[in-house]
Design a protein around this ligand. Structure first.
Ligand code: ZN
Ligand code: ZN
Length: 404
């Protein structure tokens, strides 16, 4: 049985760019290593989740790892909390949160607390405590944004928001949408009233009021989502698994399925990430693990920036960083793909299918010779992202026989 190395170039797929003479960023990139792996292995095209779906990185990664997002995706809350680097466990209920300003009657004056930029870390710290056996964790994000995670027995996400979603309205009481959610709503309302008191008396807010700034005296919460309880990856596939990623949300998803996360110095999740350091860490990790997923975010960043030259250059630097990848082909199946397309012309995710390549010693070759959105249509596979784990198990000689 072989090991598996799944390389996810985030937002890899592209559309033709005028700046690149009508080519995609991938077609325009000098990519001898990706091309060789394709030519000497197998190529194909992959739809994220299902044809025509325009997916986020969260739903795409769940699907790539063999967890059907249509069954297990429970809304943005838990995944945004992971994105802030919070630990989210199966059964936790998570929310997006705003530090905001309310008057003494609880009417929202400013949903962004005067566009607060400082002190929210300290405010968040004072809001992490337990009520009636339920633990609450708050983490601040950019400006007024943050997330709230509830952890305890018998929680439910079938509750309403406290956020009235516009200024001039009173902060809503959280209500249960069914009988089973009553406890969650009750304990959450209790928590929010204690939180309110703490925020009002907090030194950060007293100081802001002294300076004539709007105090961040209310935490508005919205978009409750319960993190799914997933069968751990090692139980599902019988492989000891690890992840390398510069972005907290992907690390969070991999942790949620029980993978170990490997920290790489210089892996920033941006265009300046140290790709070479990531590949070196990957080879070392594969000595101790059966499965490794490595996300590289730079391609998605350039796509969102609408910068095809930056996207092409990122692909070229990633390709150069994998120059010695062939040495692991003897006992490892390598797969390179993306999680979805992020066309530079769209500056956001699209539902376009993306190329995928597989290689390992002894693999059958096919007619895909270049690694890009066009050449790979001549390859072996025309699949959905949910098929990738099955193909990887098959190529690594780990698939169980179906039938006698
Ligand atoms: Zn993505
Ligand atoms: Zn993106």
């Amino acid at each position: 049985m072989k090991k598996i190395f799944l390389i996810v170039l985030d937002g890899l797929g592209d559309r033709p760019n005028d700046e690149l003479k009508g080519r995609t960023a991938l077609q325009a990139a000098y990519r001898p290593n990706m091309n060789r792996l394709t030519r000497e292995g197998q190529g194909g095209m992959m739809h994220p989740v299902s044809p025509g779906y325009r997916t986020g990185s969260d739903t795409s990664h769940l699907s790539l790892l063999g967890y059907d997002p249509e069954k297990f995706y429970t809304g943005r809350g838990p995944f945004e909390a992971m994105g802030l680097g919070m630990t989210v466990l199966g059964g936790d209920v998570a929310f997006r949160a705003n530090f905001s300003t309310v008057d003494q009657d609880g009417v929202v004056l400013d949903r962004r607390a005067g566009r607060i930029t400082e002190g929210t870390d300290k405010l968040a710290q004072s809001l992490s405590f337990s009520v009636d056996g339920v633990e609450f964790f708050v983490k601040a994000g950019v400006e007024h944004r943050g997330a709230l995670v509830m952890r305890g027995k018998g929680l439910s996400d079938l509750i309403t928001d406290s956020d009235p979603h516009e200024a001039g309205q009173k902060v809503h009481e959280v209500k249960a949408l069914d009988e089973k959610a009553k406890f969650t709503a009750e304990v959450l309302n209790k928590y929010l009233s204690i939180a309110r008191k703490r925020l009002r008396e907090h030194e950060v807010n007293l100081q802001r009021e002294k300076e004539g700034k709007a105090p961040a005296n209310e935490l508005l919460i919205r978009g409750a989502g319960q993190a799914p309880s997933l069968t751990p990856f090692h139980e599902l596939f019988g492989m000891k698994a690890a992840s390398i990623s510069g972005i907290p949300m992907i690390t969070g998803i991999c942790r949620l399925v029980g993978m170990e996360s490997i920290n790489v110095e210089g892996a920033t999740g941006r265009l300046d990430s140290n790709f070479r350091a990531k590949f070196e860490a990957a080879y070392k990790t594969l000595e101790k693990f059966d499965f490794l997923i490595m996300n590289i975010k730079a391609t998605d960043v350039a796509g969102h920036d609408g910068d095809p030259v930056a996207k092409r250059d990122a692909i070229q630097r990633i390709d150069a960083a994998m120059k010695d990848i062939d040495h692991i082909l003897g006992d490892t199946v390598i797969c390179i793909t993306g999680d979805h397309s992020t066309p530079c012309t769209m500056m956001d995710h699209s539902g376009d299918p993306l190329p995928i390549l597989f290689n390992t010693h002894g693999i059958r070759k096919d007619n895909a010779v270049l690694f890009d959105e066009i050449s790979c249509t001549k390859g072996t596979y025309h699949i959905n992202s949910g098929d990738v784990m099955k193909i990887l198990l098959q190529l690594s000689d780990r698939a169980e026989k179906y039938g006698a």
